[in-house]
Design a protein around this ligand. Structure first.
Ligand SMILES: [Zn+2]
Length: 373
């Protein structure tokens, strides 16, 4: 299986190079907007036509080198093409932030412990530190981003990882996702782990409060702050998901099958959609799922999604399904038939675990595991 992950570096330029990088990014942005205006008006996205019409003009007007001119044309064209393929209405695309897209080898490369980047004044060698993965594979088009006075370099790296086969599975983990506990897991050894949502929920409430206040103000500056808050929360939630998926994957051995609920089947009430303008929860669930799939696949683990129907209403001991089994307000599960009692999120994780076992039984025609409640 081929997967693509982002390798993220922080570039550490000296004062002089810093100005040069900022200049390069600013000019690149302006050139992008220039091309964008042209494509928007002509509605022509053929690369050859764009090159014929704009290449020399870009080089002259913005004093950029050949490779950068090509890169600008490709970047802007790709955005308009994706408007089309995603069936979005035709509209002018604006590039508001300083940016720089760099093609592997042509615009950037690694030499020992520095990265060499194409700027307005040709190649510059820069020292850097990795902020997440140091990955080996096929490097894609990287982007340089300036945020909080720091330079970050994102490189999509594509590489091959071995497929995990059902017969290699030695451990099954049911993962229930929720609000009170971000995740509750139940594994082959019968161990339950709760990942508390308390701190996340407190921080979310804090974001909600700020948002509510800003909604009420309805000024231009409050709208701007609203957007900034949203982006901050987005980044923070991504980081939370990164930590949880990492903890989930690293707490389990190679050959683990994670069983999660298929998001498409989860009721909106369970996701606690907070208001009609904010679908951040759905997004956060999906993001966690993606991150778990990535991290699991890197560690020889596998993730399956199962139909979430009745995972919180079915007794894992006697199989009796009843709405009354779950007492939501007390976070308790108590079977109306056999009186089996446990935490409700734990029961959902056990039921997911059992669905994982069923999946393996169906694919293997044998019963490799025993799971008790
Ligand atoms: Zn029961």
């Amino acid at each position: 299986m081929l997967i693509t992950l982002n390798s993220k570096l922080q570039i550490l330029p000296d004062e002089q190079t810093r100005e040069l990088l900022l200049d390069t990014m600013r000019v690149y942005k302006e050139a992008c907007n220039y091309v964008s205006r042209y494509i928007f008006i002509t509605q022509n996205t053929r690369l050859r036509d764009l090159q014929n019409a704009l290449y020399y003009e870009l080089r002259e007007r913005f004093a950029i080198r050949s490779q950068m001119a090509i890169s600008v044309l490709r970047t802007v064209r790709a955005k308009y093409v994706s408007l089309d393929t995603n069936h979005h209405p035709w509209k002018q695309i604006f590039f508001n932030k300083p940016q720089l897209d760099l093609v592997w080898n042509r615009d950037y490369s690694f030499l020992d412990d520095v990265v060499s980047i194409n700027t307005l004044q040709g190649r510059k060698k820069l020292s850097f530190i990795y902020t997440n993965y140091a990955l080996k594979g096929k490097y894609g088009t990287a982007s340089l981003i300036y945020r909080h006075k720091k330079f970050y370099f994102y490189i999509p790296v594509t590489f091959e990882i071995p497929d995990v086969k059902e017969k290699d599975i030695i451990n099954v983990v049911g993962v229930d996702r929720g609000i009170r506990f971000i995740a509750t897991t139940y594994d082959t050894k019968g161990k339950t782990t709760f990942y508390s949502g308390a701190r996340v929920n407190a921080r979310r409430a804090h974001f909600d409060n700020i948002r509510e206040e800003l909604y009420r103000k309805r000024t231009a500056s409050s709208r701007k702050r609203l957007k900034a808050i949203g982006q901050r929360e987005h980044r923070w939630l991504q980081d939370v998901n990164h930590c949880i998926s990492k903890a989930l994957s690293e707490s389990q051995p190679k050959g683990t099958l994670f069983v999660i609920e298929d998001l498409a089947g989860i009721k909106r009430s369970k996701l606690h959609i907070r208001d009609k303008n904010n679908n951040c929860c759905t997004w956060a669930y999906f993001d966690l799922e993606q991150k778990l799939i990535y991290k699991a696949s890197l560690r020889g683990q596998m993730v399956i999604k199962v139909d979430p129907a009745y995972t919180s209403q079915t007794c894992p001991l006697c199989g009796r399904r009843a709405k009354a089994n779950r007492i939501r307000s007390k976070h308790i599960f108590r079977c109306v038939s056999c009186r089996y009692k446990s935490n409700d999120d734990r029961v959902a994780a056990i039921n997911l675990y059992n669905k994982g076992i069923q999946y393996l039984v169906r694919s293997e025609d044998s019963i490799p595991f025993f799971g008790g409640a």
